[in-house]
Design a protein around this ligand. Structure first.
Ligand code: FES
Ligand code: FES
Length: 162
């Protein structure tokens, strides 16, 4: 069954036409709205590579029905850019600290860290580890990511918030 509906993604209302109503938000973002930032890894809510914000809450887009996200504000990694082409402070910290690992885990980690720092500006290491515990990496580990979070916290402390 299909029916047209509209989603608000990164502050822009977008039409979704001819979509099966059982499609996940991840599928609609990537395949219908041409927003490939959220990645499809496990598609079972286990890896965090598809993390997006729905009304400010971090969710796995693979577990959310797109049609159920009507009347919410959806933010993807593409929508974090302060200005087109710019990095956020968190993205810059990932680059500076060598935490940009593979293209699958990085967007989800960036979303998780933004969600964390918006709630907890100066998290403990335990809080950071808990916040990124849903973002699985089986390759390189989390050391550089923890360093990047520390660097982003420092930048925010210094007042250069993006
Ligand atoms: S693709 Fe959604 S959690 Fe893995
Ligand atoms: S999954 Fe991305 S570096 Fe391991």
């Amino acid at each position: 069954m299909s029916a047209p509906y509209r989603l608000t993604v990164n502050g822009v209302e977008r039409a979704v036409e001819d979509a099966w109503l059982g499609e996940s938000l991840l599928h609609v973002l990537r395949e219908r709205l041409e927003l490939p930032g959220a990645k499809g890894g496990c598609e079972q809510g286990e890896c965090g590579s598809c993390s997006v914000l729905v009304d400010g809450d971090l969710v796995c887009a693979c577990l959310v029905l797109a049609a159920a996200a009507v009347d919410t504000e959806i933010t993807t990694v593409e929508g974090l850019q302060p200005e087109r082409g710019d990095f956020t402070d968190v993205q810059q910290a990932f680059v500076d600290e060598g935490a940009v690992q593979c293209g699958f885990c990085t967007p989800g980690l960036i979303m998780s860290v933004h969600a964390l720092l918006d709630e907890v500006p100066d998290p403990t290491e335990l809080e950071v580890r808990e916040a990124i515990s849903g973002n699985l990496c089986r390759c390189t580990g989390y050391g550089r990511v923890l360093a990047a979070v520390d660097a982003a916290v420092e930048v925010r402390r210094s007042g250069a918030v993006r």
